[in-house]
Design a protein around this ligand. Structure first.
Ligand SMILES: Nc1ncnc2c1ncn2[C@@H]1O[C@H](COP(=O)(O)OP(=O)(O)O)[C@@H](O)[C@H]1O
Ligand SMILES: CC(C)(COP(=O)(O)O)[C@@H](O)C(=O)NCCC(=O)O
Ligand SMILES: [K+]
Length: 244
């Protein structure tokens, strides 16, 4: 069985799979002693490890070392590419693009050929547009929800509030409401922009992934929830590489 890991800035997402089926999946944290939280029985089944990561070089090296030791299996990292199977990256320097974005777009490209937007709402939010010819049209990088809350809390001396996961967007009447409603209102505005862009660019679908995907759907994003988009793209690329 192959172990696939999507190591973001907040969490690790993993799945254990062979060519056609996923046996198990879960989440973990690089800070934990057992970063994947996998049982010994599952670890024993791992013959190779494929990783997509946007973590720092220091965290990446640490992850490679602990996974290699844990699984006693070779570890390979997969990065952004210029093109694959008809999908074409708009970046001139593709080595600068977060691997998660490329793998998410490739996961989407496998099943959606009519033009799509990929919205990954993780530590940061990324938006990427791909037309029906497979041409990546470019994208956006924005701060994620926790990042915005954290910056308000740490960089503004007089803002005290309790974060809530509410979706209200009406004008707030306390600091807490103003912050919480403000972030929902900002996300709602982003959603309107994505919908308008998708219409303008003739993209038929919006695929949503990342830890805050459900929140965006709750705020009115007409998107298809694809929690495992990055891992699907990574699995497909790993299989293609293995078959030569
Ligand atoms: N169990 C969870 N642990 C951490 N973050 C979570 C969890 N559930 C939802 N989230 C939300 O998901 C975001 C992280 O999303 P994720 O896709 O895991 O990020 P990344 O890929 O950057 O590691 C957090 O900002 C948080 O708002
Ligand atoms: C934009 C990101 C921080 C998103 O990471 P995530 O929120 O998934 O942890 C990541 O894709 C990244 O580090 N990208 C490098 C810059 C770029 O894609 O152009
Ligand atoms: K992201």
């Amino acid at each position: 069985m192959n172990l696939f890991i999507d190591a973001g800035n907040t969490r690790l997402k993993w799945c254990l799979a062979n060519q056609d089926e996923v046996l198990a999946s879960g989440t973990g944290s690089l800070e934990d002693e057992n970063p994947l939280g996998m049982s010994g029985e599952l670890i024993g089944k791992v013959v190779s490890v494929a990783i997509s990561t946007v973590a720092s070089e220091e965290r990446r090296t640490h992850l490679a070392g602990s996974v290699e030791k844990l699984c006693q299996a070779p570890v390979r990292f997969y990065w952004s590419e210029q093109s694959r199977n008809g999908l074409m990256n708009a970046y001139q320097d593709v080595s600068r693009m977060g691997a998660d974005r490329w793998h998410g777009m490739y996961g989407a490209w496998l099943d959606h050929r009519q033009g799509f937007a990929v919205l990954d709402a993780g530590s940061a939010v990324t938006v990427d547009y791909v037309d029906r010819h497979g041409q990546h049209l470019g994208g956006y990088i924005l701060p994620g929800l926790q990042m915005m809350l954290r910056s308000l809390r740490t960089d503004a001396a007089r803002i005290w509030f309790d974060p809530d996961q509410g979706l209200a967007t009406d004008p707030g009447k306390s600091t807490g409401e103003c912050v919480n409603h403000g972030l929902a209102w900002l996300s709602a505005a982003m959603i309107e922009r994505v919908i308008a862009d998708a219409r303008k660019l003739s993209l038929s679908e919006i695929l949503v992934t990342g830890g805050d995907a459900d929140r965006l759907i709750g705020l009115g994003l007409p998107g298809i929830s694809c929690p495992d988009l990055v891992l699907s793209g990574l699995r497909a690329i790993h299989a293609e590489e293995a078959s030569g």
